[in-house]
Design a protein around this ligand. Structure first.
Ligand code: NAD
Length: 476
C-alpha cells in the first residue's frame, strides 16, 4: 500500500514546505495521517507573482496546446487511479469504489473542458460597409479559487479545468482536511508539462487566504464552492473590489414522488443515492415529498434498503457508506434530528452516532416533519432524509420551493403533463426526472437563489473564466 503523500504547496512549478502545518485526520479511526502545510503571506505573494508570469505564457498558448496538456494530465490521473483513490479514502472516509469514481469524474471534467478550450467562438456582427464588429472571448486573468472537502479531487478539478481551458492562471486553496486530492492534480499537471505558475496550490487558514488574495490586483475572478454563509462573505469582499464571482453554494434538494410513479423503485434508488458520499453532497436528495397514495410503499422500500447499508471503513471490501468527513457533521446532524423530534417529527431509523471511534453516523430517516423544524430549511449535509406525504403535485412544488436554496431538484413521474409542470415551476438550477444524477461533465451545473451564481461544466462553464472584447474596425 502506498504511503499518504508528503503534502507541500505547489508554487511557480516547484514544491514548497512550510514552517507551520496542520494535522490531517483519517475520519474512519481519527488517526493522524499527514501534515498539511500552512501558507504564509510570503508564500501567497510568491503564488501571485508566479500566477502573473504563468498567465502571460498561458494566454498566448494555443487552445490546441492547452487542450493537449489538460488531456495529458487527465490521462495521468486515470493511470494513477489506484494510488489517488486510496489517498482520498484515507483522508475523506468514502468507500474506495466511490473514490475511484470520483477520480474518473475529475478526469472527465478535464477532458470536457479541454474540448471547450477549442470552442470559445466569437462572432462577427453584420455592419454597414467599411466597418467590422468582431466579438472575441479572452481569458479573464488570474483566478483565486477555493474548493471544499466533500470531493477532494473532483471539486478542485472543476475549477482548474475551467480556468486552464480558458487560458487563465489559477491559485487554488484546496481543503486542508482533504488535501491529497488536489495535490495529485498538481502532480499530474506538473508531469504533463504545464508551464510554471499556471497552476498554484496553497493551503492554510481559509479566511486569511481569501482575505489576502481577493483584493490583490492580479486576481480577476473569485471561484468558490462551499457553504452559503462563506459564499456570501466572499461575494461581499469581491464586491468591494468590483470583482466577479463564481459561487457554487449549498443546496437542500427536494424529491417529488408523483402519484403515477413506481414507489418501490423510487424508494430503493433514493436510499442508495442518499448514502452516497455519506450524504455530503450539495445535490444529495434530502426532502422527499411523496404523494400520500404512495407514501407507505415508498417509505417501506426506502427503509428496507437503508437498513441494508453496510457502514464501515471505506478501505474494507463491501463498505457502502464510510464515516462522515469530520466531527462537525456529527454534531450538526444530531442537533437537526433532536430539533425535529422535539417539534413532533418521527425518527424512523438512525439518529445517533455509531460507536465512539471514527465519525460514523448511520442512515437516518425522519417522517412527518413539521415545517418549523430546522431540518426543513437547513442543509443536513449527511445521510439524513426527511419523508413527508403531500396531497398533490402543486403542494409538493410549493414545499420544494419553500427554502432559500435552488441547486438540484428531483422528481419521479411518467406523466408528460407532470414533467411539464415540474420543469416550469421548480426553482432549481438542475432538475432531474426519474434519475438522481444532477449533472455530468457535459451539462452545466449550478444554482439559483442562495445556491449560488454561475455554472460549471457544459458549454456555459468556461465562459465564466472569459471576458468579452468587442473590436470595432473601420477600414481605412
Ligand atoms: P464552513 O462553512 O466552515 O466551510 C465550507 C468550506 O469553505 C470549507 O471548504 C472551508 O475550508 C471553506 N471556507 C470557510 N471559510 C472560508 C473563508 N473565509 N474563505 C475561504 N474559504 C473558506 O463549513 P464546513 O463545516 O466545512 O461545511 C459545512 C457546510 O458547508 C455544509 O453544511 C454544506 O452546506 C457546506 N458545504 C457545501 C459544499 C458544496 O459542495 N456546495 C461542500 C462542502 C461544504
Amino acid at each position: 500500500m502506498s504511503n499518504y503523500p508528503d503534502l507541500q504547496l505547489y508554487i511557480g512549478g516547484a514544491w514548497r514546505k512550510t514552517a507551520e502545518t496542520l494535522p490531517v485526520i483519517n475520519p474512519a479511526d481519527e488517526s493522524v495521517i499527514g501534515a498539511v502545510p500552512i501558507a504564509s503571506t510570503q508564500d501567497l505573494d510568491a503564488a501571485l507573482e508566479a500566477a502573473e508570469r504563468g498567465f502571460a505564457i498561458w494566454r498566448k498558448t494555443s487552445p490546441a496546446r492547452r487542450a493537449e496538456i489538460i488531456r495529458k494530465a487527465a490521462s495521468l490521473l486515470r493511470e494513477r487511479i489506484d494510488e489517488i483513490a486510496l489517498d482520498i479514502t484515507r483522508e475523506h472516509g468514502k468507500p474506495l469504489q466511490q473514490a475511484r469514481l470520483e477520480v474518473i469524474r475529475g478526469a472527465e471534467f478535464f477532458e470536457w473542458d479541454a474540448g471547450e478550450a477549442q470552442r470559445t467562438y466569437g462572432r462577427v456582427i453584420p455592419s454597414e460597409p467599411g466597418i467590422r464588429y468582431v466579438v472575441h472571448h479572452q481569458p479573464i486573468g488570474t483566478v483565486a479559487a477555493f474548493s471544499p472537502w466533500n470531493f477532494p479531487l473532483s471539486q478542485p478539478a472543476r475549477k482548474i479545468a475551467g480556468a486552464l481551458a480558458a487560458g487563465c492562471s489559477i491559485i487554488i486553496k484546496a481543503s486542508e482536511e482533504t488535501p491529497a486530492g488536489c495535490l495529485h492534480i498538481a502532480r499530474a499537471f506538473h508531469d504533463a508539462g504545464l508551464p510554471a505558475g499556471v497552476l498554484n496550490l496553497v493551503f492554510g487558514v481559509p479566511a486569511q487566504i481569501s482575505e489576502y488574495l481577493i483584493p490583490q490586483e492580479p486576481v480577476r475572478l473569485i471561484a468558490f464552492t462551499g457553504s452559503t454563509a462563506v459564499g456570501k462573505r466572499l461575494t461581499g469582499l469581491a464586491a468591494q473590489y468590483a470583482k466577479p464571482v463564481l459561487m457554487e453554494l449549498g443546496g437542500h434538494a427536494p424529491v417529488i414522488v408523483c402519484d403515477d410513479a413506481d414507489p418501490v423503485k423510487a424508494g430503493i434508488s433514493s436510499a442508495i443515492r442518499k448514502v452516497r458520499n455519506a450524504g455530503q453532497v450539495c445535490t444529495s436528495p434530502t426532502r422527499f415529498f411523496v404523494h400520500e397514495k404512495l407514501y407507505k410503499p415508498f417509505t417501506d422500500a426506502f427503509l428496507e434498503r437503508a437498513r441494508l447499508v453496510k457502514t464501515g471503513n471505506g478501505l474494507d471490501e463491501g463498505t457502502e457508506m464510510g464515516p462522515v468527513a469530520n466531527h462537525r457533521r456529527i454534531e450538526a446532524l444530531e442537533a437537526l434530528v433532536a430539533d425535529a423530534v422535539s417539534k413532533g417529527a418521527k425518527l424512523l431509523i438512525g439518529g445517533e452516532r455509531s460507536g465512539n471511534r471514527g465519525y460514523f453516523y448511520p442512515p437516518t430517516v425522519l417522517s412527518d416533519v413539521p415545517a418549523n423544524a430546522r431540518v426543513m430549511r437547513e442543509e443536513p449535509f449527511g445521510p439524513l432524509a426527511v419523508i413527508n406525504p403531500v396531497p398533490s403535485l402543486e403542494d409538493a412544488i410549493e414545499k420544494a420551493n419553500g427554502v432559500p436554496f435552488g441547486l438540484a431538484a428531483y422528481a419521479f413521474t411518467n406523466s408528460a403533463a407532470n414533467v411539464d409542470q415540474i420543469t416550469n415551476d421548480l426553482e432549481a438550477g438542475n432538475v432531474s426526472i426519474n434519475t438522481l444524477e444532477a449533472s455530468v461533465a457535459e451539462t452545466p451545473f449550478g444554482g439559483v437563489k442562495e445556491s449560488g451564481f454561475g455554472r460549471e461544466g457544459g458549454a456555459e462553464g468556461i465562459m465564466h473564466y472569459m471576458v468579452v472584447k468587442t473590436v470595432s474596425h473601420r477600414m481605412a
